[in-house]
Design a protein around this ligand. Sequence first.
Ligand code: SF4
Length: 302
Amino acid sequence: MTVNTRMPKLDTEYPARWSESESGGAVRCTLCPRNCRIQPGCAGYCAVRENRDGRLISLVYGKPAAIQNDPIEKKPLFHFLPGTRTFSIGTFGCNLGCLFCQNSSLSRGSARSAEELSFYPPDVLAEAALMHGCKSIAFTYNEPTVWAEYAVDIAKEAKKRGLAVLLVSNGYISRAAAEELYPLIDAANIDVKAFTEDFYRTMCAGSLKPVMDACVFFKKELKRHLELTQLIIPGKNDAEEDINRFLDWTADALGLDTPLHFTAYFPAWRYHESPPTPPALIRKICERAVRRGFRFVHPGNI
Ligand code: SF4
């Protein structure tokens, strides 16, 4: 992964969108279902959207923390522009609080770290993608929803140059923001972390329903290419009835042509209670998905 050090620094007190003023100088961020009410001088849950004097600003606009030229299959996207490279970008911050986060150095990276990063304008990134022979730009590594303003601007520059735009996301986004960001995305992999509200509440400090809505909006309303990933954590989200409900919902709401990725978990961040996922468990779940009629089922991390 390339660390951002090359471009000149620029002070980017970038005004965040999807916000409303509230009493006492507070602002309400409406970018994701968390709807943080943020007091002056404080940041929202994702740590990268801050109230400065009654204005919501993005601390990570123009500040990629990681830039990498990746195979598209690494996202993972196995059924969109296969065999091509994607210019992959991530910043800091996340709007979920998964205890088992597999990428906490970026998702839980300090917003203050972003202040040390150099500024990359959206058009410079799009040009760099072309220069590196990539067919697409991917918003990935940390949760792109929390830097949606930057993602929208990069996507517009990418499209001007004929590049596809990819999203790797937890799908935890408000409808208003999705209506602006998602039409600019050609293909996405959305991480459905489990199929119970209890798991989302206790393990991710979030909720499942907005993620389901985002998947349906992207695939069925916008008719874009969607693949789903589920990280299997032994004893936490692998109950047969939960997997079956996930498969039934996906089949009914999104279709059996939706590629599914079941990936192995490794103890990380603040959750070490479950052992690493045995490869046999991943294979068993993949076989169940195939028996349910899914046409494209992929094991991962084994
Ligand atoms: S994007 Fe961040 S600040 Fe905005 S509502 Fe979500 S967690 Fe809160």
